[in-house]
Design a protein around this ligand. Structure first.
Ligand code: G3H
Ligand code: 13P
Ligand code: ZN
Length: 355
């Protein structure tokens, strides 16, 4: 099966009121875990590669890996997405390597550390959208800067993140500005800021509305009912994985992520793409630690990787089920990027129009 574009996939998700998890990958084992889970529960999936993943695995390896995964699982529609593209070159080179979707993150300058101006964000995102749509690829933009409402800081562990202290105006997407941004840039999906941040250390307590502003998502959805919303920093950092790591020699301080029930609430308000990386990292690392502590004489990497893949697969399966993604893979008839390009050229995919 050919790879699916983000736009087609999220249009289907909106029509049937579900969301699609976007799992980050860096290597074959993560790819196998994600696809085994997707196949088992009949889910489409978004696989995303950060700039860090592209330099870790290399573009050739990554693109062939995704082709191999889709050959192994032709029943699963896979969207291959660039996570946090920092400029036009990153986004367009991803498309050259077969990605069907890119994120142009213009909320930060190309250094991925300095918050940008609104005009810069509109200009660079519009440029990427215009080019990507010519070849049928989809574009996700971001308005608002990811970071903690508790500390005013972006996550420490992510590959990209604002430096310094941010105020609440920067950390919460403005709904009226979101309308202007989508109408000017024509993005297929909009990442919003509502108090989530990358990495494991998101909240110092179970989040309430003061530090996880789900009402911002609801306000944006009211003004933009036809636009697909994206939640970044959406790992739940489950207690059982913190325990698995800490019971086997880890020293992760107690922390809290985004509760799955808050994501389910977001899905009722237009959230269609949910970014998860940290939970998958913790699932694998937890098992590495467990094997290392239980079997100190073990040295075959496969003895570590097989349980690590299983732990990650369980986590992915749970998210497919909770987000309502399961049962939908077999209902989607994948359209080619050429067909999508024709639709854009005909003006049929206006992000402000409800499907
Ligand atoms: O954007 C954040 C993701 O967790 C990717 O992280 O840049 O370390 O691959 P990374
Ligand atoms: P987490 O760190 O919460 O998994 O977020 C990942 C993400 O947003 C990737 O873009
Ligand atoms: Zn992100």
């Amino acid at each position: 099966m050919a790879l699916i574009t983000l736009r087609q996939l999220l249009d289907h998700a909106a029509e049937h009121s579900y969301a699609v998890p976007a799992f980050n990958i860096n290597n074959m084992e993560q790819g196998l875990a994600i696809l085994n889970a997707a196949s088992e529960v009949d889910s489409p999936v978004i696989i995303q590669a950060s700039r860090g993943a592209r330099s870790y695995a290399g573009d050739i390896m990554l693109s062939h890996m995704v082709k191999a995964l889709s050959e192994m699982h032709p029943e699963v529609p896979i969207c291959m997405h660039q996570d946090h593209g920092n400029n036009e070159a990153t986004c367009l080179s991803a498309i050259k390597y077969g990605f069907t979707s890119v994120m142009m993150d213009g909320s930060l300058l190309a250094d991925m550390k300095t918050p940008s101006t609104y005009d810069y964000n509109v200009e660079i995102t519009s440029k990427v959208t215009a080019s990507a749509h010519y070849v049928g690829a989809s574009v996700e933009g971001e308005l608002g800067v990811l970071g903690s409402l508790e500390t005013g800081e972006a996550g420490e562990e992510d590959g990209s993140g604002a430096e310094g202290k941010l105020d609440h105006d920067q950390l919460l997407t403005d709904p009226d500005q979101a309308v202007d941004f989508v109408s000017k840039t024509k993005v297929d999906a909009l990442a919003i800021a509502c108090g989530t941040s990358h990495g494991a250390y998101k909240f110092s307590r179970k989040p309430d509305g003061d530090i996880l502003a789900m009402t911002v998502i609801e306000a944006i959805h009211n003004k933009l009912p036809g636009t697909h919303l994206v939640m970044h920093g959406s790992s739940s950092v489950p207690q059982y994985l913190q325990d698995l790591i800490n019971e086997n020699g880890g020293e992760m301080p107690q922390t809290y992520g985004v509760p799955v029930e808050e994501i389910e609430r977001g899905i009722k308000s237009g959230v269609r793409k949910v970014n998860i990386d940290t939970d998958c990292r913790m699932a694998m690392t937890g098992q590495f630690r467990k094997i290392a502590s239980e079997k100190p004489a073990e040295f075959d990497p496969r003895k570590f990787l097989v349980p690590a893949m299983q732990e990650m697969e369980n986590l992915c399966k749970d998210r497919f089920e909770r987000f309502g993604t399961s049962g939908n893979a077999s209902k989607i008839k994948v359209r080619s990027m050429d067909e999508m390009a024709e639709e854009y050229a005909r003006g049929n995919l206006d992000p402000l129009t409800e499907n």
